[in-house]
Structure formats: structure tokens, C-alpha cells
Design a protein around this ligand. Structure first.
Ligand code: ZN
Length: 341
């Protein structure tokens, strides 16, 4: 009960990459960089286990950014000539690569990370991939001329990699779709359909993470404009409830999402965000247990997985570590209370 997990990314150590950045530059190259990525992954596996988490991830230590890490192994994308593009409905500008030809995987994308993770923990492991709609929103299209068509092309490649990850021994494959909270109608219309293409043929646990983004300034500013109640999930969850995706990761703690929207996910496992990634204040176990308690009004206890609201990539490493501990301690406290009462 209350198996704990993280949304995905963790801060990179200062010897691996620049800190406190969303697109950090690596501090090494070639074989030295590969070794440094493995060392950082090992460090975070150990930290997650020591904190007491139940489902372990690689902390996305081997990718510069959660979307572009996947794209680096895709033919048809020009990384040499990045262009400036407003992403997430122009919330912020990013330098993005361009799609210039039909998309094709060059080979495996995350074999090293997934196999390394599997080899170094006996616990269940989760691996994250960017979702097709979010990818489409984070590249410039100079070839397909149609967002849905391009999303479906990406979905096919994601499916190919996901099947291979499953063969590597990954227990949970999660697709990150922050774009679902920006383009809600499109998400319900074709975003979920693209996800279904991603999970075709998988029999491991499948998940989708939908959030209000990393704790960066542009996101914090955007959130102040979303009003008293954030009801974005209301448009997307019914479509997800009907889908074959088994788990949904959502924001809860410190967000303005009405918690009753979780009821729209009947039949799904819910990864409830009990850790705020936009604040440096470390939650207490008591606060985490309280958030779990509130979510239990809408999610059955056997379907509730305490989680972080989003990835922690740009966060201070020490704070992230203490937040992992708070997550595990809070879940333990909630378990204890439920067992006794
Ligand atoms: Zn997120």
C-alpha cells in the first residue's frame, strides 16, 4: 500500500552537468561523460533506496532534457540548426531542433540507462519517455505539416523503444505529457490516441504524467494566471479513464487542482503529487501523510501511489534528497495510521 515513486528527473551532480538549469551543459564528453552519467545514476539509485522509495528511477541523469534526450537518437531531426520557438502555447521560448525528414529510430535510445538501472536495484523500476504530444510541442516541424500526423509518427518510435525497455526488465513505462494541460481539447481528441499507439503490445505497467511543469519562473508566472481553481485535468481525465493506460501521475500538494477531479480516474492507479517541486521548502512527513489522507477521499487506498508533483531536475540537489526522504517518511506514516485506524 502507498508505494512511493518520483515523477522522473532528479538534479544532476555538479560534476556531471551545470546545476539549477533545465537544459544544462555536460561537464565531460565521450567515454568520460558516459561514465559520469552512470556514476550519477548509481548515486541516485542508492539515494532513492536509502530514502525508502519503493519504485526506483534513473533520475534521467543521462539526458540533457526530458524531451530532447529521446530525439537525439531519431533520424529526420536536425540538431545542428536549432530554432527559437515558443513552447507550451508560448509560455516560454526554447531553442528546439527541427524535423526535416521522415522520422526513424537510429537504434536503441535508452538501453544503457534501463539495463544499468535494472542491474543495480532489486526494486521495481520505472522508466520515463516523453509523450508524443509534448514532443510535437518541443520541436519545430519542417516536414510533416500536421501536428497529429507528426505525433503519430513519434508514437510509433516511442512504442518501438518502449517494447525494448520492457524487454530490458522495466516494470513501469511512463510517458510525460505536460502538454496535455495546455492543449486540453487536443489531448482528449488525439493526445490520448497517440498514447495508445505508444503502449501497443506492452504488458508491463503503463503510465502517463501530466503536470504544471518544473519549478521554473516561467511556469510559476503561468500558474498565477490559471485562476483560483485549476480544472485542466477535467477535460483530459475522462479520455484517459477510457484508455488502456494503467496509471496517471498528477499534481496535488500546493496546486490549485480541485482534488475531487481524481474521481474522474476511476479504475486507474493514481500517482498523487505529495511533494511540491516549485518550492524549496521541504515537506514534513506529517504534511505528506495529510495530503495522502485528503486524496484517499477520491482514490481507493490500493490505487494510491504517493509521488512528486513533477520532475526535480532544476532543483538544488540537497533539497531534492530531503524531499525524497519526506516522501517515503510521509507514506510510512500514512500506512501506519491506516493500519491502526
Ligand atoms: Zn512534470
Amino acid at each position: 500500500m502507498f508505494d512511493t515513486t518520483i515523477a522522473g528527473s532528479l538534479p544532476k551532480p555538479a560534476w556531471l552537468a551545470e546545476t539549477h538549469k533545465l537544459w544544462p551543459l555536460w561537464k565531460a564528453e565521450g567515454a568520460e561523460l558516459i561514465q559520469a552519467k552512470k556514476d550519477a545514476t548509481l548515486l541516485w539509485i542508492k539515494a532513492q533506496e536509502d530514502a525508502g522509495l519503493d519504485i526506483i528511477g534513473d533520475g534521467e541523469q543521462s539526458r540533457q532534457h526530458f524531451v530532447h534526450g529521446f530525439l537525439e537518437q531519431v533520424d529526420g531531426i536536425d540538431f545542428e540548426h536549432k530554432v527559437k520557438m515558443g513552447i507550451r502555447d508560448n509560455r516560454y521560448d526554447a531553442m528546439v531542433p527541427q524535423v526535416v525528414a521522415p522520422l526513424k529510430l537510429r537504434g536503441r535510445v535508452h538501453a544503457m540507462e534501463a539495463q544499468f538501472l535494472r542491474a543495480h536495484t532489486k526494486k521495481k523500476i520505472k522508466f520515463t519517455l516523453p509523450g508524443p504530444m509534448t514532443i510535437v510541442d518541443t520541436v519545430a516541424d519542417n516536414h510533416y505539416g500536421d501536428r497529429v500526423k507528426m505525433a503519430m509518427a513519434f508514437a510509433e518510435l516511442l512504442n518501438q523503444e518502449a517494447l525494448a525497455l520492457q524487454a530490458d526488465g522495466v516494470d513501469i513505462i511512463q510517458f510525460d505529457e505536460p502538454a496535455f494541460n495546455v492543449y486540453m481539447r487536443e489531448a482528449a481528441d488525439w493526445g490520448v490516441r497517440a498514447l495508445e499507439r505508444c503502449v501497443q503490445g506492452l504488458n508491463c505497467t503503463t503510465a502517463v504524467h501530466i503536470c504544471y511543469g518544473y519549478g521554473i519562473q516561467a511556469n510559476n508566472d503561468w500558474k498565477t494566471k490559471l485562476g483560483e481553481e485549476w480544472r485542466q485535468y477535467e477535460l483530459v481525465f475522462p479520455a484517459l479513464a477510457k484508455s488502456s493506460i494503467k496509471q496517471v501521475s498528477l499534481e496535488c500538494y500546493h496546486s490549485h487542482v480541485p482534488p475531487e477531479l481524481m474521481k474522474l480516474l476511476e479504475g486507474k492507479d493514481v500517482m498523487v503529487g505529495v511533494i511540491d517541486v516549485a518550492s524549496e521548502e521541504v515537506e514534513t512527513a506529517e504534511q505528506v501523510a495529510e495530503t495522502i489522507g485528503r486524496a484517499l477521499q477520491f482514490v481507493p487506498k490500493n490505487r494510491l501511489f504517493p509521488c512528486t508533483n513533477c520532475g526535480m531536475a532544476p532543483m538544488d540537489r540537497e533539497i531534492a534528497l530531503r524531499k525524497l526522504e519526506a516522501l517515503a517518511k510521509g507514506a510510512a506514516l500514512a500506512r501506519q495510521r491506516l493500519a491502526s485506524g
